[in-house]
Write a protein that binds this ligand. Structure first.
Ligand SMILES: C[S@@+](CC[C@H](N)C(=O)[O-])C[C@H]1O[C@@H](n2cnc3c(N)ncnc32)[C@H](O)[C@@H]1O
Length: 231
């Protein structure tokens, strides 16, 4: 069974999203506006239920579907970033209509600018901290965002990233990928390599849907004081 089979199975088995959120999902799909698939929905539901996050950062909010879904799973505050001004305005409207304007803020901006600003803030180590970071923005930028996300995710917090495997394309050799898609192929592989080998994350790659990655932020290594060294 491959990832696509699993995804079809999950779509088939999953209960429909109820109420106005389900209506928002259907309307977005009908208009071709991107919203997360069922597999990513259950993935987020799993982490929201397990972690009970107080603060969530979402990169790529679209029209607000995934932010509202997470807020439905858990009582929390969400900061969402969306570059497209029409989508950001639509997200704000959907959030207002759902009655969650106090809990979910959408910033209409380039994620790189917002991440840089948040990471340089006045928190514990100069940054704000989030319990869960949902990365669903421009795929080619994930690696550039990573140093900021590392500062912004609290120790023990989770980074959840969607659309990592481009329906299996990232698993193939770069020579089996069309020339047009080679840059994204390389960037995504570099991102996955950094996540799995840097030692700063405990990472799990999931083949369902478009491919998802979940990673727990490990504590930074204690500074080497030299006291354990035998001379
Ligand atoms: C897959 S969609 C997000 C779907 C959304 N998470 C949901 O399920 O409801 C990705 C979004 O990232 C946004 N985006 C693309 N580049 C961006 C950037 N540089 N900064 C912030 N958002 C960006 C796109 O406009 C798009 O709406």
């Amino acid at each position: 069974m491959n990832g696509t089979d699993t995804d079809t199975f999950i779509e088939w088995m999953s209960a429909a999203v109820p109420g106005s959120l389900g209506k928002l999902e259907k309307e977005a799909r009908a208009k071709g506006v991107p919203v997360i698939r069922k597999s990513a929905q259950s993935f987020l539901g799993f982490f929201c239920t397990l972690l009970k996050p107080d603060r969530i950062l979402e990169i790529g909010s679209g029209v607000g579907f995934s932010a509202l879904l997470m807020r439905n799973y858990v009582c929390c505050r969400i900061l969402g970033i969306e570059l497209d001004s029409d989508r950001a305005a639509e997200a704000e409207k959907n959030i207002r209509e759902a009655g969650f304007s106090d809990d979910i803020e959408i910033r209409c901006a380039d994620a790189a600018d917002v991440l840089r600003e948040l990471a340089g803030g006045e928190g514990q180590d100069g940054a704000e901290h989030f319990d869960l970071v949902f990365l669903d923005g421009p795929k080619g930028q994930y690696l550039q965002y990573l140093p900021y996300i590392e500062k912004l995710t609290r120790e023990g917090g989770v980074l959840a990233a969607d659309n990592l495997l481009k329906e299996g394309e990232i698993l193939r050799s770069r020579y089996a990928v069309t020339r047009r898609n080679r840059t994204i192929h390389r960037k995504m592989r570099e991102f996955i390599t950094e996540m799995t080998r840097s030692g700063r994350w405990q990472t799990m790659l999931i083949g369902d849907g478009d491919g998802m990655l979940a990673a727990v932020r490990k504590p930074d290594a204690a500074p080497d004081t030299g006291t354990d060294r035998t001379v």
